[in-house]
Design a binder for this molecule. Structure first.
Ligand code: HSE
Length: 295
């Protein structure tokens, strides 16, 4: 049996809409096995034990590309990434499926091909790239290719995810975006995304606060998330390195110096006063990306 371990990811990182992403040390594990003439699911919720299962559909798409026909499949999951919270749970399922299928079919795909198949299935590369390669990545998708690079992230940072007990579907969060933006907003983001990349690579942490600002998606998505403005205002008052919406939300992600102990304590007290429940989860950067083992 083959096991694929895939990290959670936080996409966009403020200004880097559909481009920047970072892998986190929170993992889903998938197992795949070719069996005789049946389809079996292990560890999934009842609602996902059918042919619409994202791991299964991603495997079948990959088998089509390779030209391999499995007799039957047993697919398992150990799920730790919260679903529909902006932490890359769909990207993890897609990568689990694409990598799993490639392993069963004899490892015929390169990592670049895995990146491109998974990005096509997910729609955007900013969760797929870090989940596959680990660390912090930049990625750009053209019509038929994905261009991706890994940032040499400076040591000394950790992350803190503020995860609410409600979901936000990416489709709904993308529908809230305008079809055009003012030129000045584009300029605002271009500068910040460049500044964020150099600041995090060079360890110039004082620049991160301004560099995390965004005008492309956060202003349009905030009102889909209960207490968003209040949490951002409170969060900023505690002086983290930076704060941004994780992917399409609703999780809010905070960049902290690794020795910061006050942020967690203070934001937890504040979140406990709100109507919805919010989990505060400190995370480190995952540098390994997706890994494969035989079990
Ligand atoms: N860049 C995508 C978005 C990430 O913000 O819609 C979705 O996970």
């Amino acid at each position: 049996m083959i096991k694929i371990k895939v990290p959670a990811t936080s996409a966009n990182m403020g200004p880097g809409f559909d481009t920047l992403g970072i892998a986190l040390d929170l993992y889903n594990e998938f197992t795949v096995e070719e069996i005789d003439n049946s389809l079996e699911f292990v560890g999934f919720e009842e609602a996902f034990m059918n042919k619409n299962n994202l791991v299964y559909t991603s495997m079948m798409k990959t088998f089509d590309v390779i030209g391999y026909k499995p007799r039957g499949l047993r697919i398992g999951i150990s799920n730790n990434i919260p679903v529909s919270r902006g932490l890359g749970s769909s990207a993890a399922c897609i990568l689990g499926g694409v990598i799993g299928a490639n392993e069963l079919a004899g490892q015929v795909l390169s990592k670049q091909q895995i990146l491109e198949i998974a990005t096509e299935l997910d729609g955007h590369p900013d969760n797929i790239a870090p989940a596959l390669f680990g660390g912090m990545t930049t990625a750009v998708k053209t019509n038929n290719q994905v261009f991706c690079d890994k940032i040499n992230l400076s040591k000394g940072v950790k992350l803190c995810a503020l995860i609410p007990n409600f979901h936000l579907a990416t489709k709904k969060a993308r529908a809230a975006l305008p079809t055009t933006i003012p030129h000045a907003d584009g300029v605002f983001n271009v500068g910040r995304v460049a500044l964020l990349v150099t600041a995090l690579a060079n360890g110039n942490f004082d620049l991160v606060k301004v560099a995390c600002e965004d005008k492309l998606h956060e202003p349009y998505r905030g009102n889909l998330i209960a207490d968003y403005e209040n949490i951002i205002t409170k969060g900023k008052s505690l002086n983290p390195l930076g704060i941004f919406l994780s992917g399409a939300g609703p999780t809010i992600m905070v960049l902290l110096k690794e020795d910061d102990v006050n942020f967690n304590k203070n934001i937890t007290s504040y979140l406990n006063t709100l109507e919805n429940s919010w989990e505060v989860k400190e995370l480190n950067v995952d540098y390994s990306g997706s890994t494969i083992s035989i079990v």
